[in-house]
Design a protein around this ligand. Structure first.
Ligand code: AMP
Ligand code: ZN
Ligand code: FE
Ligand code: FE
Length: 286
């Protein structure tokens, strides 16, 4: 049947509600769908309810943003993390820091002659975790800029005119928190680090980063991904094999903001094979 272990909902920056996402997974004939919103477990309850009704297995997950001592940023997926955990408590703290950062960005935008209203940003985010993509959308709506990408390039990208940094976890702390919550830690799209354009990666550098991840207890990496080129798919699969890691993956569906990405479709043109989920479950609470 096939599965998809990486998708976003309105709990973060996706445009589908958790129920709509599960409905879409059902329509596409998937056996299971992973809910991996950025820095929140908020989409799980609704997805699980819909999954029970529709007969789609829900794999509760999260996508954490982390940064190492060298300032390099990564996305880390955690699956089957307990809601009652130190990780969940840390997320509440991150949420407060994120809110403060967003307020600073909005102030900077006003000072730069591109005012947006925080009330409108919150509406755009529909109750989910508010991120730069929502601020970008508000900038477009307000007519300050023509496209979301332009909003990033001019104002919101790391180092651009209106950015403000927020505290993020280190990879070691994030992996430890995922494990302490009984979860499985997967390096998301290793060849596509956040806020770096595709094609700029060096496989030798990535492999040395992978060794660091393994040292801190990483369980696996994404070997299936909607955006992978054949070279990226080959490299990630080879690394999983070489280091005895789990090979996970999914579409990274977001809905409207990434219209080329479909639920249940990775670089192969198909869904992720079912056996990936069985292997993932084998690592739970390990
Ligand atoms: P935030 O978590 O609020 O810092 O926002 C991070 C999100 O913004 C990422 O997941 C990307 O979707 C998006 N993003 C970050 N940098 C860029 C960029 N340079 N161009 C386009 N999108 C970006
Ligand atoms: Zn996202
Ligand atoms: Fe990501
Ligand atoms: Fe993602």
């Amino acid at each position: 049947m096939g599965i998809d272990l990486h998708a976003h909902t309105t709990a973060s920056d996706g445009s589908f509600t958790p129920r709509q996402l599960v409905t879409e997974a059902k329509k596409r004939g998937l056996a299971a769908i992973g809910i991996t919103d950025h820095d929140t477990l908020g989409g799980h309850a609704e997805a699980i309810e819909a999954g029970l009704e529709l007969g789609v297995e829900i794999v509760p997950g999260i996508e954490l943003s982390v940064k190492n001592e060298a300032g390099e940023k990564f996305h880390l997926l955690g699956y089957y993390v307990a809601a009652d955990s130190a990780l969940a408590r840390e997320l509440s703290q991150l949420q407060r820091e994120r809110d403060a950062r967003n307020a600073v960005i909005v102030e900077k935008l006003a000072a730069l002659g591109a005012p947006i209203s925080m009330a409108r940003v919150l509406e755009i985010a529909r109750g989910g975790v508010v991120g730069r993509p929502h601020l970008a959308q508000a900038l477009v709506e307000a007519g300050h800029i023509a496209s979301v990408q332009e909003a990033f390039d001019r104002y919101l990208a790391d180092g651009a005119a209106a950015t403000a940094s927020k505290e993020v976890m280190t990879p070691a702390r994030a992996v430890a928190l995922i494990h302490a919550a009984g979860g499985v830690a997967i390096w998301a799209h290793p060849t596509r680090p956040p806020s770096q354009r595709a094609g700029a990666v060096n496989f030798a550098v990535l492999e040395s980063q992978l060794r660091n991840w393994i040292e801190i207890g990483l369980d696996g990496l994404e070997i299936y991904y909607s955006q992978y080129s054949p070279a990226e798919a080959l490299w990630t699969a080879q690394m999983a094999q070489k280091y005895g890691l789990l090979g996970s993956g999914g579409s990274d569906f977001h809905g409207r903001s990434k219209p080329d990405i479909q639920v249940g479709v990775v670089h192969t043109g198909n869904a992720v094979p079912d056996e990936v989920l069985a292997a993932l479950k084998g690592k739970r609470g390990a």
